[in-house]
Write a protein that binds this ligand. Structure first.
Ligand SMILES: NC(=O)c1ccc[n+]([C@@H]2O[C@H](COP(=O)([O-])OP(=O)(O)OC[C@H]3O[C@@H](n4cnc5c(N)ncnc54)[C@H](OP(=O)(O)O)[C@@H]3O)[C@@H](O)[C@H]2O)c1
Length: 376
């Protein structure tokens, strides 16, 4: 397993994180406690240290299972725990959800209790609530960091302008910055590339990619060569639920699955590994959250970083999955930008750029001579 530092923090996280949304079967498409424990152990065995959960997941069972597994094995020092708040935990009580200070203070105590820990390494806003001022959110999260209950903070499922406001506030106030952007990212969902990838790369936020297999669509259980395959899993269970996150069976996505299958065959790798590998190697991605309901699925996915996708095959995946070009982003492509640089080739400074020292062969300027005449 390889590790990256997250954003501009010193927190080291593995390139594959374990998504624990499937810990518990309360939603009808997860894993039992026993299976979840096997998934946990296999992931740790492979060197993984990042566990992603949320107070929402499986009605709290995900946090409880994860906390228990960590405690039983004495892993708290090794484990990096990421959890999230925003979704309502008490029907009929509007202050038991959303991103207001009252809910954040309620939610963090619930997560700490279910996880059986005194601190959360990465605390993430789960979804924009469209109403709480961003300064209230950032002030509250910074207070939690100062109180030692939270190590670092992140945002998930927010508009880019909102994330940008949050980061600017933290920069100007000198408070805890946003270190992670947890966003859906896969061959079937590339919507974050216009805004979040350049924003995260430039302003110190690592992307945590969720649903790298588009909820199972890219896992290999659907094989167009076999008349669509006979996959059974979450996407069938949730079909017709009205949740847009689960609506993956579209003509565009089937074209992506078909090309992914051809590429995987040429590479001699399972489709799931190719799909996870593709996400993990995209610019700005700090970690990919892999999820599973069965140990053999996770065993498969944990080998996703053991190879490189050759450029010709990567190009084919790029072409079939490339999002439509949208306004105003058409203005930022090479054709329009040439009009701004007057045709000169100008590229942004690469990361880590420092002005080069003058060449060693340049003679130093001659010191002034005492008898130099000076014209006035
Ligand atoms: N921030 C957010 O809003 C958000 C949203 C979603 C997820 N997440 C995080 O991201 C994590 C991963 O998301 P995800 O579970 O949607 O990831 P995913 O990789 O897109 O889907 C995982 C699902 O695909 C199927 N699968 C995985 N590997 C397979 C394989 N090798 N062969 C066949 N089927 C396979 C399994 O479902 P079946 O067996 O049921 O088919 C598995 O549960 C979550 O656990 C959570 O931590 C965050």
């Amino acid at each position: 397993m390889q590790y990256h530092t997250l954003g501009r923090t010193g927190l080291k996280i593995s390139r594959l994180g374990l998504g624990t949304m499937t810990f518990g079967d309360q939603w009808g498409w997860g894993a039992t406690r026993e299976t979840a424990a096997q998934l946990y152990d296999a992931y740790v065995e492979a060197g993984g240290n990042l566990f992603d959960t949320a107070d929402l997941y499986t009605n709290g069972a995900s946090e409880e299972f994860l906390g228990a597994f960590i405690k039983e094995r004495g892993h708290r020092d090794r484990a990096v725990i990421a959890t999230k708040f925003s979704f309502n935990g008490d029907a009929g009580n509007p202050n038991a959800g959303g991103n207001g200070r009252k809910n954040i203070l309620r939610a963090v105590e619930g997560s700490l209790r279910r996880l059986g820990t005194e601190h959360i390494d990465l605390y993430i806003l789960h979804a924009w609530d469209r109403m709480t001022p961003v300064d209230e959110v950032m002030r509250t999260l910074d207070d939690l960091v100062c109180a030692g209950k939270v190590g670092h903070i992140g945002l998930s499922n927010v508009p880019a302008w909102y994330a940008s406001r949050a980061q600017a506030l933290a920069e100007w106030r000198g408070t805890e910055p946003v270190s992670a952007l947890q966003m859906e990212y896969s061959l079937a969902e590339r919507g974050i590339e216009d805004e979040f990838v350049p924003f995260g790369t430039q302003y110190g936020m690592g992307i945590m990619a969720w649903s790298p297999l588009a909820g199972g669509l890219l896992s290999g259980k659907y094989k167009p060569s076999e008349s669509g395959g006979s996959g059974v899993g979450r996407l069938q269970t949730t079909a017709g639920s009205g949740n847009p996150v689960f609506e993956k069976f579209t003509p565009r996505n089937w074209a992506i699955v078909a090309e992914l299958e051809r590429v995987a065959i040429e590479l001699g790798r399972p489709m799931s590994q190719v799909a996870v590998n593709w996400v993990a190697n995209r610019p700005g991605v700090a970690t990919v959250l892999v999820g599973a309901t069965k140990p053999h699925q996770l065993a498969d996915n944990l080998k996703a970083l053991d190879f490189a996708i050759p450029s010709e095959l990567a190009q084919r995946l790029e072409e079939v999955s490339r999002p439509d070009r949208r306004y105003p982003y058409v203005f930022f492509g090479p054709e329009m930008q040439a009009g701004l640089t007057g045709g000169a080739i100008v590229t942004a400074k690469p990361p880590g750029y420092f002005p080069a020292d003058p060449p060693a062969t340049t003679p130093p300027p001659a010191p002034p001579q005492a008898d130099d005449s000076v014209e006035v």
